[in-house]
Design a protein around this ligand. Structure first.
Ligand code: FES
Length: 338
């Protein structure tokens, strides 16, 4: 006897998605674009237009196996009819990319979020340099298409281990070496030279980088002398392990919600988001890793310790906002605008 649970009906999914402010969608196309890398196209079940987005945006996929994962949108928004995301099977997958690559098929229903953007392409920048590594090409490829369509000045550096790992290879080659520099570790006999790429970039250029963490760390090191407003980074995984040093000196801290006046003690080892969620406070969240921006909250007073990979150094130093899924607190009390 087949005991597998039947998938929810369209009506059930639409009702459930609406209740959780999500979008009920169906997987309508799967396309292989490189070794272990596929593009997945989703369309709304109810046929309505999807919320608009700009290059650099990502959406959450609420996977049928219970996991929640974020993926960048790959194609510029033209007619609001579909979202296309790129997924690479991750050797160290915690169950997200492996499930999508191995289990998901055309026709599957899924709940998705509206787009969110922490990596937005600056409108009207004079020069744009884009640097991608591996699956980090997904938001960058969206930017390339947008910039090329509007005949803007841009240059792309794209590095992969090998030619078979490179998505969009043939299309990118058509732009020519003036616009696109492709790097293959196995052919070059080493990794991409980040320092040389940044040095060759005009001082006024906006530079965007997305790729594995070692590449992003090399990018941060190579761009320290550049104005921070010209530097744009998208992390897929947290850039640092949260340190409990400061938090442990206090044994915890109080969070006060300014609008309701409620107070909660955050004991050592717990996150603000976790405590508020368990107390029934309506909190927005997604990655719980400090990489998506969903839980961003305005700080009214107190000194947060930032562990996210989204806010710039200046934004973290200003302490005006905080990601409550991963922050600590250096003061006894943190007052939040919620
Ligand atoms: S939930 Fe993603 S940054 Fe906090």
């Amino acid at each position: 006897m087949d005991t597998a649970a039947a998938p929810p009906t369209d009506e059930t999914l639409l009702t459930r998605a609406a209740a959780s402010h999500l979008i009920a969608a169906r997987l309508t196309d799967v396309q292989t674009v490189a070794r272990d890398t596929k593009l997945y196209t989703f369309r709304r079940i109810d046929g309505q237009p999807l919320p608009p987005y700009r290059p650099g945006a990502h959406i959450d996929l609420h996977l049928p196996n219970g996991l929640l994962r974020q993926f960048s949108l790959v194609v510029p928004d033209t007619d609001h009819s579909s979202y296309v995301v790129g997924v690479k099977r991750d050797e160290n997958s915690r169950g997200g990319s492996r499930y999508i690559i191995e289990e998901m098929k055309v026709g599957d229903q899924i709940e998705i979020s509206a787009p969110r953007n922490n990596f937005a392409l600056v409108e009207n920048a004079e020069d744009v340099t884009l640097i991608a590594g591996g699956i980090g090409i997904t938001p960058i490829w969206c930017m390339v298409q947008e910039l090329a369509a509007h005949k803007r000045s841009w240059k792309l550096h794209y590095a992969c281990r090998s030619r078979v790992d490179m998505a969009f290879l043939e299309t990118l080659q058509q732009f020519g070496p003036e616009s696109v520099h492709l790097h293959f570790d196995d052919e070059a006999g080493g990794v991409f030279d980040m320092g040389a790429a940044v040095t060759a970039t005009p001082p006024s250029a906006h530079i965007y980088c997305c790729g594995p963490n070692p590449m992003l760390k090399a990018f941060e090191a190579a761009t320290t002398a550049r104005p921070r407003n010209l530097i744009h980074i998208e992390y897929f995984t947290p850039k640092e392990e949260a340190s409990a040093d400061q938090e442990s000196k206090l044994g915890g801290f109080w969070v006060e919600l300014a609008r309701s006046g409620e107070e909660y003690f955050i004991p050592e080892g717990k996150k603000v988001l976790e405590v508020l969620y368990e107390a029934g406070v309506d909190v927005d969240y997604s990655c719980e890793l400090g990489i998506c921006g969903a839980c961003e909250t305005r700080v009214i007073s107190g000194t947060p310790i930032h562990h996210d990979s989204i806010l710039s150094e200046e934004e973290q130093a200003s302490n005006e906002k905080v990601m409550i899924c991963c922050c600590g607190c250096a003061s006894e009390r943190l007052v939040l605008d919620m």
